[in-house]
Write a protein that binds this ligand. Sequence first.
Ligand SMILES: Nc1nc2c(c(=O)[nH]1)N[C@H]1C(S)=C(S)[C@@H](COP(=O)(O)OP(=O)(O)OC[C@H]3O[C@@H](n4cnc5c(=O)[nH]c(N)nc54)[C@H](O)[C@@H]3O)O[C@H]1N2
Ligand SMILES: Nc1nc2c(c(=O)[nH]1)N[C@H]1C(S)=C(S)[C@@H](COP(=O)(O)OP(=O)(O)OC[C@H]3O[C@@H](n4cnc5c(=O)[nH]c(N)nc54)[C@H](O)[C@@H]3O)O[C@H]1N2
Ligand SMILES: [Mo]
Length: 633
Amino acid sequence: MPITTACTMDCGDACSLLVDPEARTIRGNPKHPFTKGFCCKKGGRYFDRLDAEERITTPLIKRDGQFVEASWDEALGLAAERLDAARKNPASILHIHGHGYRGVLAKASSILFAALGSSTTRGTLCDNTGITASIMDFGALDHNDPEDILCANRIVNWGRDVPRCSVHQQALMARARKQGTEVLTISPGGDSAAEFSDMTIRVRPGSDRFLAAAVLKLFLEAGDLNPWVLTRTANWPALRGLIDGLTFRDLCRACDVTDDDAELVYDWYADPGNVATLLGWGLQRYDFGGENVRFINAVAMLSGNVGISGGGAYYNISSGRNLGTWAHLVKGGQPGATRRELLINDLGAEIRRADPAVEFVLIDGHNVVNQVPDCLAVADALRRPFVMVVDGFMHDTAMLADVILPPALMFEREDALGSFAHNCVNHCAAAVPPRGLCRPDFEIMTELGARLAEPIILPDADTCLGEGLKKSGITLDELREHGFVRVDHPRVAFAGMAFAHPDGLYRFPETLSPEMERDPDHPLQLLTLVRGESLHSQIPEADQAGFPTVWIAKDNPAFAALNPALDAYLVTPAGAMRVNVETAPGLHPVAVIMRRGGWMKYGHSANVIIEPRMTDMGEGCAYYSQPCRLENR
Ligand SMILES: Nc1nc2c(c(=O)[nH]1)N[C@H]1C(S)=C(S)[C@@H](COP(=O)(O)OP(=O)(O)OC[C@H]3O[C@@H](n4cnc5c(=O)[nH]c(N)nc54)[C@H](O)[C@@H]3O)O[C@H]1N2
Ligand SMILES: Nc1nc2c(c(=O)[nH]1)N[C@H]1C(S)=C(S)[C@@H](COP(=O)(O)OP(=O)(O)OC[C@H]3O[C@@H](n4cnc5c(=O)[nH]c(N)nc54)[C@H](O)[C@@H]3O)O[C@H]1N2
Ligand SMILES: [Mo]
């Protein structure tokens, strides 16, 4: 009998799943309004990960540089002892938490370490640049119900790689197209956008704001702006003044789009009918990623396509919007203490210069040594403190640990979680027992807190789940019975153009920043994009043999200059790595694509040669602005 459970990976599709523990099969729950009976490759093959030979299933303690198996009592005893020692100065404790596992109970480590008053991280590797931009524009983070996209006459997809990052968004687009909706995708190319789009336009990586500004220019020149829309904005004169001072030609040149293509985007927004705008996360991983998002939103707004059915700008919703916290139920510690924050984008340097020094580090749900820029610096900085890692694989971060605690993974423990794309809360039931000695993170954190000299006591799991669900008026029994609950939100976000700023008005961007000067020694740009069959670095070790592949355009002069008989290297100002070079049709000539998440220990992590760069908003990480070149050595 299949058991209804859910995927807890860091992905907006957040599927409800039917898992057969004996047959070890996984399929999408047909009753779930977003999952609709199918799931993606990375979710569908999750038993490979649960059953992997390379999985860590016993606590490990490092002795004389070698990991040796330990009992839970020994491993947790050691961690508690070191944590107690560091607790004399709470800032010397650092918690680095990823989103490798999402849910209400998944918050246990963050809640425990907040009660300890530990240092934490700030900034984002993921989506906060676009979130900050959206909140500046709309006053809050929201978008229409995902199904509302079926009411659009046209969809403009700015850089969402739906076959890889959201197969359910792709399915919604396919359904819309069957009903006559047209899809235009704007991206640097070299992807499969042509398969799910009626038209595609190639843009220079990182420069969407100029294309959007060119479209605004055409709206201004056409002179038939919707007066109602203008009354719903607080600062239209400022944007108009800015656009007046720019020429259409220069804007097209800045994004490397032909006049005809920019006019086509204008037509898509200006023609009668409603236009839904999709924004990908890729286009905000640039120096001016925030402006990219704000100018795209501005086109959606000025064309009257916000606050209506069939329109809307889809970036994110908050996956936590339907769930509450249980932090107030914890006993002990110092809740509400001010905490030191280290910038995640430059973590190596931040730890190195931290004063007081970092003495104890907990890392959970995060292959941080692999995923942040300049990751060798992070690896180096983690050699000094005592490092506790809760993870099931011997990846670049786990290798540096002093103690590794193996967690029960998804399907092996219960939780409840939301999505950053849809409005259901899903139940992740424990469908199979934890492998070996693995234990749920919640249990690990509960026991760690209880073992401290001055204990911090977490409530039991059911109490936490019940508390987390209260915000949406769901009971735990109800969630367990149905497998998911859909939480009501208005189908149209910002209906009637009522925005969430105190005055109810929309805010346009008021500056358009030119691109940073190019480094002539590194004329190409490195786009480290997601891979379809895995989530980030959760890649089987056997798939990482040989050298990683990069893709460039065949007409890229860098390709012609390479001698295929010699070794090829990807070079940045931070270093070089050996790669295989292949071509991708239609890719912009400054772009080099590499799929992200490969491990440093196999020579597959681009983050070794990616420098820390901050985006313009939300303390994001401008990975894709990384200058690079290809050469033979
Ligand atoms: N070069 C480059 N790097 C990037 C990006 C980029 O664009 N370019 N993008 C960034 C983005 S968008 C993101 S979101 C981050 C992702 O960075 P990470 O969050 O580090 O991503 P993952 O590789 O998925 O690592 C998650 C870890 O959680 C573990 N895990 C899974 N389930 C559980 C569980 O139940 N309990 C515990 N304790 N652990 C669990 C997994 O085994 C895995 O090791 O990476 C960023 N890194
Ligand atoms: N299979 C799989 N699914 C995932 C993940 C995964 O690792 N694997 N990760 C999840 C997470 S945490 C995240 S954040 C999302 C990421 O989801 P995406 O945003 O889709 O991922 P990226 O690979 O960062 O960006 C990819 C797309 O952005 C386009 N792009 C890049 N630069 C630009 C630009 O300057 N302009 C425009 N218009 N387009 C551009 C690329 O052509 C590509 O199509 O996916 C989630 N889903
Ligand atoms: Mo992400």
